[in-house]
Every structure is written in structure tokens, then in C-alpha cells.
Write a protein that binds this ligand. Structure first.
Ligand code: NAD
Length: 259
């Protein structure tokens, strides 16, 4: 139980995409710690996540690739949301659009495939799942929460990651656009922009000694973020504590953007 009732998620169900690993896993566990049951949309085996959620006294259900959980495919969002609700008590309260990919290559040589795939997962799927969740929230009649995962490259240009930057900048804009239309429906749409966090997604950067040193030197907090550093932000944005917060992208970045 949360110490503050406003942050308590008991009785809520959160759908989290890409929670078999990294930031998604940490956010799923944070939401479960605050009381939520979790439905994971994963194309890979979530391993011990179900057991870890159960150890917190909450339910975990996984919707895997058999149900169309590969988010690079178009379509299927409505079915996925319906399956998510059916897997629990028939309703969902929170959608966390976390799944994302990155492709690194000089813009001048960047392939169409690396453009299309990143845009499809990082932006297209975010829109389609958000739309399907919002339709469900409206039918359920008691609002809902959508939390998108943005990036430092929602604010900055980056180098050698043109589709990633375009997609994450799009996530920031889409978060605002959807918030404007859905706030009157009782749906809060917000985003978290993680800084440089230690996950698979950034393994290549940490393995490059020069890049690693340059990144660390620029982070005021002086360290890479740990996935668990997102717990406070995700619980806040999923909870009643954020009921008047709409269209905001919250940086959790060790001070990176403040530099
Ligand atoms: P990760 O590579 O560890 O995890 C990505 C997750 O997305 C995995 O669960 C993967 O299975 C899922 N996924 C990828 N493609 C998918 C698809 N087609 N269908 C379904 N699921 C798919 O990376 P992470 O660092 O945990 O990243 C999570 C999110 O955070 C991403 O959106 C990423 O862009 C964002 N992010 C990460 C960092 C960082 O420093 N790690 C910084 C800013 C933003």
C-alpha cells in the first residue's frame, strides 16, 4: 500500500508494452508495488516477471505474440486492448506505451527499413494503442491514464539516430495532441522522458569507452540512470496524484536537460 492514498493503485489494472526487460519491467514492478495488476504486451518471454509481480501480491498476465503483440505490425490494437481487459476484470485503467527500438546509422546511409521499423514501433503503435485504450476508457466511463515513453531525443537532435529522434519527438507532440482532445474525457495523457538509462537499448553506448565517458561527464548526477529511477514518475503519472496533469513530458534524466 502506498503511504499516500493519492498514489495508491490498488484495484487498477495497468497495461505495459515491452515489459519483459529494461525500463518496462521496472515500471511494471513499480506499478505493482503501488497496488496495480499488470497486463504485459510482449513479443519475448517475460521470464520471472509474473513471479516478481505475484510476490508483491498482484496479478500478472502476459499477452504474447500469438495475440499480435509484435507492435511493428499494423492493426490489432483494438484486439490487444480487448484481450488485455478480458484477461483481468474486464477493464483497464492505465496504458504505458513503453516498447521501443533504436537503429544507429549515419543519416546519409540510413535505410528505409530502419526508418520504417522504428517509426512503426515507437510512434505508430503508440498512437494506435492509445486510441484503442481511449475508446475503451470512454466505454468504461471512468477515464483513464496513458503514459508514453519519450526520450532526451524528444528535445534534442542526437547523432546517427534519425528515425529514433523523429519518433521520440513525435511521441512528445502526440502526447500533447492527445491530451488536448482527451482531457475533457477524463483521460490523462502524459509522457516520461528517461535520460541515459542502463538497459539493452544503451548497451552499445556503454561499451564504447569514449562515448560512455562523454555521456557520464555531461550528466549532472554523475551516473547512468537505473531502470528503478523511473518508479516515482510512473506511479505518479498513473495515479490520482496526477489528475490535473495533462500533456506533460516529465524528464527523469539525472539533470541532463538542465545542462
Ligand atoms: P530494451 O531494449 O531493454 O526494451 C525494449 C522493449 O521493447 C523490450 O521489451 C522489447 O521486447 C520491446 N519491443 C521492441 N520492439 C517490439 C515490438 N515490435 N513489439 C513488441 N515489443 C517490442 O530498452 P529500454 O531501454 O528498456 O527501452 C524502453 C523504452 O524506453 C523504449 O521506448 C526506449 O526508446 C525508451 N528509452 C530508453 C532509454 C534508455 O536510456 N535506456 C532512454 C530514453 C528512452
Amino acid at each position: 500500500m502506498s503511504t499516500l492514498p493519492l498514489f495508491d493503485l490498488a484495484g487498477r489494472t495497468a497495461v505495459v508494452t515491452g515489459c519483459n526487460t529494461g525500463l518496462g519491467r521496472a515500471m511494471a514492478l513499480g506499478l505493482a508495488q503501488a497496488g496495480a495488476d499488470i497486463v504485459g504486451i510482449n513479443r519475448s518471454d517475460p521470464g520471472d516477471l509474473a513471479a516478481a509481480v505475484a510476490a508483491l501480491g498482484r496479478r500478472y498476465v502476459d499477452l504474447n505474440a500469438d495475440l499480435g503483440a509484435d507492435l511493428s505490425d499494423r492493426g490489432g490494437a483494438t484486439d490487444l486492448m480487448a484481450a488485455a481487459a478480458a484477461a483481468v476484470d474486464g477493464r483497464i485503467d492505465v496504458l504505458v506505451n513503453n516498447a521501443g527500438i533504436i537503429r544507429r546509422q549515419a543519416a546519409i546511409d540510413f535505410s528505409e527499413a530502419d526508418w520504417d521499423e522504428v517509426m512503426a514501433v515507437n510512434l505508430g503503435a503508440v498512437f494506435r494503442l492509445s486510441q484503442a485504450a481511449a475508446q475503451r476508457f470512454v466505454t468504461q466511463g471512468s477515464g483513464g491514464r496513458i503514459v508514453n515513453v519519450a526520450s532526451m531525443l524528444s528535445f534534442q537532435g542526437g547523432v546517427r539516430v534519425p528515425s529514433y529522434t523523429a519518433s521520440k519527438s513525435g511521441v512528445l507532440g502526440l502526447t500533447r495532441a492527445l491530451a488536448n482532445e482527451w482531457a475533457p474525457l477524463g483521460i490523462n495523457v502524459n509522457a516520461i522522458a528517461p535520460g541515459y538509462m542502463s538497459t539493452n537499448n544503451t548497451a552499445a553506448l556503454r561499451e564504447d569507452a569514449q562515448r560512455n565517458e562523454a555521456i557520464l561527464a555531461r550528466i549532472p548526477a554523475g551516473r547512468w540512470g537505473d531502470p528503478q529511477d523511473l518508479t516515482g514518475a510512473i506511479v505518479f503519472l498513473a495515479s490520482d496524484a496526477a489528475r490535473y496533469v495533462h500533456g506533460h513530458t516529465l524528464a527523469v534524466d539525472g539533470g541532463w536537460l538542465a545542462r
